[in-house]
Design a binder for this molecule. Structure first.
Ligand code: GSH
Length: 264
């Protein structure tokens, strides 16, 4: 039996859950509370020394990195296929995945910490406790992002670059969806799956006007995504009432920041 270590709202874990549900694969769930720092516990660090979710166990085998896990699942359970058949479309799918791993994921950490996580951590931790939390993060880059964004919020200088990266990604999605129903062709697949949790996250933190105002193809794509059973199974059903409370953010302030950045 596969065992997935994951978090209720973790974007990387949601990619893996989407693959599992799209393929109808059952798994044992081991939920970590990332807000309370379960990812830093010694037993978990033995599985995932980067102190992040997801981690997949398949018997004795331990696999980390969400994109690697996605390919592993696609290879052990080829049906239904989630990678296109043609080399060009396979390349397109990999390009979306690479963009997510390299830019949109760290960007998501930035905007999430600058909004919802900031609100929660400032309310529940003293400055010393927050410093201790940053110090436990083994990745210096992620540590710096988290400290900046929690302490400075949307005024953290790195937020503007992230908003621009997302705006460019949505412009590219809009163009792609002029040609094809899904991001790598006529069939739903990894390209769509890798974007879904990020689009959903921006929607939760009131950044949805990045596509709802002027990108009808992206807007329609997201409606189609939400109509698939896997969205409810892999994304919505894992959110707790606490998560929903955490994701209440001041829309006016967030949108004000978006337009300030994009007007430049
Ligand atoms: N490259 C990793 C990134 C994993 C990652 O950043 N996971 C986040 C949740 S989406 C996490 O566990 N964050 C906890 C923390 O940073 O303390 C992957 O794709 O699996």
């Amino acid at each position: 039996m596969l065992k997935l270590y994951h978090g209720t709202t973790s974007v990387c874990a949601a990619k893996v859950r989407l693959v599992l549900y799209e393929k109808g694969m059952s798994f044992e769930s081991e939920l970590l509370n990332l807000q309370q720092g379960d990812q830093h516990k010694p037993d978990y660090l033995k599985l995932n020394p980067k102190a992040v979710v997801p981690t997949l166990e398949d018997g004795e085998r331990v696999i980390t990195e969400s994109s690697v896990i996605m390919f592993y699942l696609d290879e052990i359970q080829p049906e239904p296929p989630l990678m296109p058949g043609e080399p060009w479309r396979r390349a397109l799918a990999r390009l979306w995945m690479k963009r997510v791993d390299e830019f949109l994921h760290p960007g998501c950490t930035t905007v999430t910490f600058a909004t919802t996580n900031r609100k929660h951590l400032l309310a529940t931790m003293t400055a010393e406790e927050r410093e201790a939390r940053y110090a436990r993060n083994p990745n210096p880059k992620r540590r710096a992002i988290q400290r900046d964004c929690i302490e400075l919020g949307l005024d953290a200088p790195r937020v503007s670059a992230v908003v621009k990266q997302y705006d460019e990604a949505f412009a590219d999605m809009e163009r792609q969806l002029d040609d094809t129903k899904w991001l790598s062709g006529r069939n739903f697949g990894f390209a769509d799956i890798c974007m879904i949790p990020y689009v959903n996250r921006l929607s939760l933190i009131a950044m949805d006007s990045l596509w709802t105002r002027n990108r009808p193809n992206v807007t329609a794509w997201f409606y189609r995504v939400k109509a698939r059973p896997s969205f409810q199974e892999a994304v919505t059903q894992w959110m707790t009432d606490d998560d929903r409370d955490r994701f209440i953010v001041p829309r006016d302030e967030v949108e004000g920041k978006l337009w300030e950045v994009l007007a430049v």
